[in-house]
Design a protein around this ligand. Sequence first.
Ligand code: GDD
Ligand code: MG
Length: 370
Amino acid sequence: MKAVILVGGLGTRLRPLTCNTPKPMIPLANQPFIELMLLRLRDQGIDEVVLAVQYLADRFRQTLGDGSQLGLKLHIVEEPEPRGTAGAVKNVEHLLDGTTFVFNGDVMTDLDLQTMLAFHRENESKVTIALTPVDDPTQFGLVEMESNKRIRRFLEKPRAEDITTNLINAGTYIIEPDVFRYVPPDQFYMFERGLFPVLMQTGDPMFGYPSRAYWSDIGKPQTYIDVNHDILIGKVRHTFRGEQIADRVWKEDSADIHPSAQIVGPVVLGPEVVIKRGAQIIGPTVIGARCQIGPDVSIEGAILWDDNVIEEGATLRNCVLGHGNRVGQRTIITDGAIVSDQCRLGGENRLERGIRIWPETTLNDRAISF
Ligand code: GDD
Ligand code: MG
């Protein structure tokens, strides 16, 4: 079975985390998101995947190769210019045959694909759209169905007054290839505003597949933190790498942990992490490869990517640190603050309330003080 993953877009809402890292490459529980997604597809019977990318194809090739290390066949195809969601699939049509899964590349879900496929076949559907309930559909594609789940209306980014249901397009589709005859070649064309409304008119059967599977958009800073936490606390089906060294504490390769340090799971420790005396790490927390956690540092609910150095007595709570930062003594970072990459933050600073620090920023000691 084949699948296409749509991975265009600049990930602007996740800046500054996406300044140096394409959105699909940002790590969840220490593993690039796209890698987690590919493993999930492989485990559910998909053996060949086309990544439809808009830019940075080489970056994807370097990390993922031809997919053989992940146990599937991978094609990475860069569009000559942005083609839109449907145009991107049309652009790789020559690599497809038969019923195909299509995924938005910025959604974390543990939806059961084989059950969805059985539903698609039972209904002899041309396009089946996975649906999920949300509180506010205005940022999504609203889907209205008949009682037999046949879709009667698809409305992208509805206005508040047009909201008739809380079910939205969850960004997983099963598509019969003959519907691509409606998609104009070599043009920008979207499923959401183009193909789906057209299929309503032609009468080709489209069905909605509602489910209560885990579902979250990873495209915003707070949801990025939440998804990491949800993986750690077990809300999403997930296989952790490395060995479990204590109750819900996973360690990849060697780690140097001082006996007086306290680690309370769920915590993921990347390879070659160093944790000094008296440090306290409380889950749900992720510590990336080669991070050095200084003496008496206190960390809770934080997501650290690789190569961060945290000096004595610093506090990190519910925040994200990108790659290669240094955090000075007794500095406090809390409340959804995001520090990008390669920053030098002096001692006794206080970063809170969603503050975002751009790459390579230097802050003196007590620059943002108590
Ligand atoms: N290759 C390629 N080319 N990919 C694209 C392009 C393109 O021109 N445009 C968008 N994509 C990819 C994005 O990278 C993303 O993975 C996916 O297609 C959806 O685009 P977004 O820009 O993230 O759309 P959205 O989040 O506003 O809305 C979409 O997703 C919602 C669910 O998260 C729509 O499909 C909504 O209907 C849906 O509810
Ligand atoms: Mg999106």
